[in-house]
Write a protein that binds this ligand. Structure first.
Ligand code: HEM
Length: 399
């Protein structure tokens, strides 16, 4: 995939490009392409599938995410304005969404998350200790994907032997390009498989509750009623993709960054108090979540004349790499004072798991560098990234 795009003409007076966000490409090609297009456009029309609007003005992206009355979450997939599935809380709008967030907030508060720190550190240490004498590995497979997934399975009270099955579902749900899955049938199969799995786990807990998030959720009331099995499914399906995919992608970018920036690696080795800022900067510079919303009314945003019912893509990366917002926006700056990035989103759907994610990332980087301080990208590797969520596909390091 080239990092430049050729316009295909115009649509309603706005430039149109065949912009396929689901396509993979060379590492960082999506980010570079967004930089190029955001430098000259505040928005454009994508001609992929039925077409959708894309906002590339950093401020407009953030404001649209906050304006839930105009930009609804009833669909969050740019290619599919009428989805046949439901993810809770992601695909709910206020006021129903607000009730869910209040209940979930307790489980993901800074205090609840901090209580898990010793366990999270133990899991990281165990995985890294298992690798450190091997001289090299695909660090995504062997560490980045396993670490948060084990934590997640424990949080939800799910069996750890199901880990590999979960990783495959996440891949089919989130990483397949339009070309690999044009009718989205593989995506639907992953949703159906996960849904059947969760139906079984829910039934087990209805019979005999345990001390886990899923059992707790069964005691919660929304609109004065206990949550139905259907909504519990929708919650589980969202939780497993939100919790299982994002942290691995971020750990992958962090290890990629420090492998390709040895000076910064030496800086965090010499002074570990730089690690929290490095985490925030890596989240900002390598932003990979591309939310989408469905317009509830006709509205103009980023110069695009959006009609009610149309989909609008709101890439966080253009806000997070906006030169009007940050000095040297493409550089990870270990001393940057501002931390107003929107890698965790903005508005009512801002990431529920951000405290957990931050803790996991800080621990991963600290414990990794204590044990494997000196490493490089394995020779001869062509690095690629996935579409949809821009993660590195495979990252072999040597040490
Ligand atoms: C570095 C890791 C992570 C990043 C970058 C990230 C990013 C995001 C973003 C951008 C959103 C908003 C999506 C939108 O506006 O449509 C979001 C929502 C969400 N995230 Fe995360 N996330 C991360 C980790 C996690 C973890 C570990 C969990 C839970 C275990 C989690 C749970 C959620 C949930 C439940 C939502 C939906 C919130 C809602 O709709 O109200 N995330 N995340």
């Amino acid at each position: 995939m080239s990092t430049t795009l050729e316009p295909e003409g115009t649509y309603e007076g706005v430039p149109m490009y065949h912009y396929d966000n689901t396509a993979g490409g060379a590492v960082l090609s999506h980010h570079e392409r967004w930089d190029a297009i955001a430098a000259t456009h505040s928005g454009f029309r994508s001609s992929v599938s039925h077409g959708y609007w894309v906002v590339t003005d950093g401020t407009a992206v953030q404001e649209s995410l906050q304006d839930w009355r105009t930009f609804s979450n009833t669909s969050v997939t740019a290619l599919d304005p009428e989805p046949k599935f439901l993810w809770i809380p992601e695909m709910l709008d206020p006021p129903l969404h607000t009730q869910w967030r209040r209940l979930l907030g307790r489980e993901f508060s800074p205090k609840s998350v901090a209580a898990r720190e010793p366990e999270i550190r133990r899991i990281a240490v165990e995985l890294i200790d298992g690798l450190k004498d091997q001289g090299g590995a695909d660090v995504l497979d062997r560490f980045a994907r396993r670490f948060p997934t084990v934590i997640f399975l424990r949080l939800m009270g799910l069996p750890e032997e199901d880990l590999d099955m979960f990783l495959e579902w996440v891949h089919n749900l989130l990483h397949l390009s339009y070309e690999e899955d044009p009718d989205r049938s593989r995506q639907l199969a992953a949703i159906t498989g996960a849904s059947a799995y969760f139906a079984e786990q829910i039934a087990l807990r209805r019979e005999k509750p345990r001390d886990d998030l899923l059992s707790h959720a069964m005691t919660w009331e929304i609109n004065g009623e206990l949550i139905s099995d259907r909504d519990l499914h929708a919650f589980c399906v969202l939780m497993f993709q939100a919790g299982l995919d994002t942290v691995p992608i971020s750990v992958g970018w962090a290890l990629y960054h420090f492998a390709t920036h040895p000076d910064q690696r030496r800086a965090i080795l010499a002074d570990s108090s730089l690690i929290p800022t490095s985490v925030e900067e890596i989240l900002r510079v390598y932003s990979f979540v591309i939310p989408a919303r469905k317009a509830t009314k006709d509205v103009e945003v980023g110069g695009c004349p959006v009609k009610a019912g149309e989909m609008v893509m709101l890439p966080l990366v253009v806000t997070n790499r906006d030169p009007a917002r940050y000095e040297n926006p493409l550089e990870v700056d270990l001393t940057r004072a501002t931390s107003n990035h929107i890698a965790f989103g903005s508005g009512p759907h801002r990431c529920l798991g951000s405290h957990l994610a931050r803790l996991e990332l800080n621990i991963a980087i600290e414990e990794w560098h204590k044990r494997i301080p000196d490493y490089r990208i394995a020779a001869g590797q062509e690095l690629e990234q996935t579409g949809n969520m821009y993660g590195i596909k495979s990252l072999r390091l040597e040490w």
